[in-house]
Design a protein around this ligand. Structure first.
Ligand code: ZN
Length: 243
């Protein structure tokens, strides 16, 4: 398996994000309830993929896995502070609030994609089958994320194609990060379990600190939990059947 395979797989996951914008060709608006449910489903798919990484890392080296998970959580918290610090004051940019909102949502999604790119790359370090499985998981999870981005952009005057383009852009860290992460764990085998833990820790943290609270803004807790359980279980079943 070569670097191009890893890059190609991670590029396909990014392109899947653009699919999330396409429903807007057929509908003018999507209800908050649907978006909330879609966000909760995306969170569950991500949680399922992360648990797959945890399971894999646990079998290699549990201690390194846990160290990696803690590192992943710290990484996301630090990135969050950095984003907040550089978040422009909306008040100062009167009239540009729409542009800022668009920029912010694209910015947050782009940071979030870094962890997913590392997840794809380290999974390929564990073997082609596992890498392909995690890539498929991330690709499916990207569709509702693209929908969430399009939902911010399209009511603010963006065309569907442009929203699809920005959605794909937000996921470009996936192919960009996957290749170095893959090469790193390939060269330094002892770091494989750490890398799996890092990606899983970062993604699990994002699910609970960012994605679920966001879904909770649109739909009741019971809907969030139901969607989360169904999509997490579905993703675990998918991994079990394929793996
Ligand atoms: Zn994501």
């Amino acid at each position: 398996m070569d670097v191009w395979y890893v890059f190609g797989a991670a590029l396909i996951t990014a392109i899947f994000t653009g699919l999330g914008a396409l429903p807007f060709f057929f509908v003018k608006n999507i209800s908050g309830t649907f978006l909330g449910a879609a966000n909760a489903a995306a969170a569950g798919l991500m949680l399922g993929a992360s648990l797959g990484l945890v399971y894999e890392g646990w079998q290699i080296n549990p201690i390194r896995l846990v160290v990696g998970m803690l590192l992943g959580v710290v990484l996301i918290i630090v990135a969050g502070y950095f984003l907040e610090e550089h978040e422009p004051d909306i008040g100062e940019l009167e009239g540009n609030a729409d542009a800022m909102k668009m920029l912010l949502v694209i910015g947050i999604m782009t940071v979030h994609s870094f962890a997913e790119g590392i997840g794809v790359g380290v999974s390929f370090g564990d073997g082609q089958d596992f890498g392909t499985l995690i890539s498929a998981a991330i690709a499916i999870h990207n569709i509702p994320e693209g929908l969430a981005i399009a939902l911010v952009l399209i009511p603010r005057g963006s065309t569907v194609w442009r929203a699809a383009g920005w959605s794909i852009f937000s996921s470009l860290p996936q192919p960009i990060m996957a290749v170095p992460a893959f090469l790193f764990v390939l060269a330094f085998r002892p770091f494989l379990a750490v890398g799996l833990g890092l990606a899983a820790g970062a993604m699990i943290w994002m699910v609970f600190s960012e994605m679920l609270p966001e879904a909770r803004e649109e739909v009741p807790m019971s809907t969030v939990v139901t969607m989360l359980v169904i999509s997490t279980a579905g993703m675990l079943l998918f991994q079990w059947l394929i793996g």
